[in-house]
Ligand binder design. Structure first.
Ligand code: 6CS
Ligand code: FE
Length: 339
């Protein structure tokens, strides 16, 4: 079930970004040119962000195709790929049901209650309580979730979108406990992955399997349809060890209220909701956010970010040093490091 807000202006025309240039390397020329702060000079970067002063333009056009594997076989129909291309996300209700879903829910519970993970850097607590907000690297911590990450229903969909065999760039459970679960500010994931992890281009997709029913009261994900075709440069340089606070509450790498107002006026907001077992695929540059969970029910999901090998992370574009690998795995990383 997709519940749609009323956009102020209907989105009427969409350029077929599949027709656009698709070479990640165009973004990495001159990547050794650095400013005095250890960051690349922004002149060569197609997606400049973490700026010292406000950008003249609210947004810059996306340089990379959105759907790159239409010719590949996989679980998504051409109509589903069209919807993804147009909106920057696609919700597939009831992808997983019955005993299989129950098994995944039990696996999540086991992971969330494993005391060994408390106080590890890859488990992040809520800003105002000790409840776990996010547990990272779950495809390595759990064999069952590792299997889900390579399941054709999930990884095959990612391959059709990104156009090549995927690897897992990041995985996590976002638990969002009842009453205590805080929200996530508006952001594009790509903005962070480019600035802080050195992901060159927009060739990544997130696959989020909802493990509890998502309803209007437990802080479901909200997305701005069509925003994936616009890169919004953000104001404010990246502080040292930004991830230590940004994973609890992101303050840097968030578009200004003015930019968000403009984008929402044009595109509206949608919040796909539904029963546990639905899969949300969303582009790495689609702007999204969620509210706090003031209901008694947790809103939990497990998600995998799939990236293309030729788009693997290099040096950060706007941060002094790389983040830990639980936030940005390399294609050759092994599970053993986490078990
Ligand atoms: O830091 C990350 O990789 C992810 N987490 C947050 C809160 N924002 C950016 C990205 O989605
Ligand atoms: Fe995000």
């Amino acid at each position: 079930m997709t519940v749609k807000s009323t956009p102020l202006n209907a989105v009427t025309a969409h350029k077929q970004y599949s027709e656009m240039a698709d070479t990640p390397n165009v973004h990495t020329t001159n990547r050794n040119v650095r400013s005095t702060q250890g960051q690349r000079t922004q002149g060569q970067d197609a997606y400049p962000s973490r700026l010292a002063s406000a950008s003249a333009q609210t947004w810059l056009p996306r340089q990379d195709a959105v759907v790159k594997g239409r010719q590949l076989s996989g679980p998504l129909s051409q109509a589903q790929l069209d919807e993804f291309e147009r909106k920057g996300f696609l919700f597939i209700p009831n992808l997983i049901e019955g005993a299989e879903l129950e098994e995944l829910r039990q696996e999540m519970k086991a992971l969330m209650s494993n005391d060994e993970y408390l106080n590890q850097d890859f488990s992040v607590t809520e800003p105002e309580s000790q409840e776990i907000r996010s547990l990272f690297a779950v495809h390595f911590l759990s064999e069952r979730l590792g299997k889900l990450a390579s399941d054709e229903r999930v990884a095959g969909a990612a391959r059709q979108i990104i156009g090549d065999d995927p690897y897992v760039h990041q995985s996590r459970i976002n638990y969002k406990p009842g009453f205590a679960g805080k929200g996530f500010n508006w952001h594009s994931d790509f903005e962070t992955w480019h600035a802080e992890d050195g992901m060159p281009a927009m060739h990544a997709v997130s696959a989020s399997l909802i493990l509890t029913d998502n309803h209007e009261f437990n802080g479901p994900l909200m997305l701005i349809p069509g925003s994936h075709k616009k890169f919004v440069p953000c104001l404010g340089e990246t502080p040292e060890d930004n991830h230590k606070s940004s994973l609890k509450a992101q303050e840097v790498g968030v578009p200004s209220p003015e930019a968000l107002t403009e984008l929402v006026a044009e595109h509206g907001i949608e919040a796909p909701k539904g029963k546990a077992g639905g899969l949300l695929l969303f582009d790495c540059n689609t702007l999204h956010a969620s509210n706090a969970n003031l209901s008694p029910d947790p809103r939990s999901n497990v998600f995998f970010v799939f990236n293309r090998q030729d788009n693997r992370c290099r040096e950060p574009y706007a941060a002094a040093k790389q983040r830990p690998d639980f936030l940005a795995h390399s294609p050759d990383q092994q599970a053993q490091q986490y078990r």
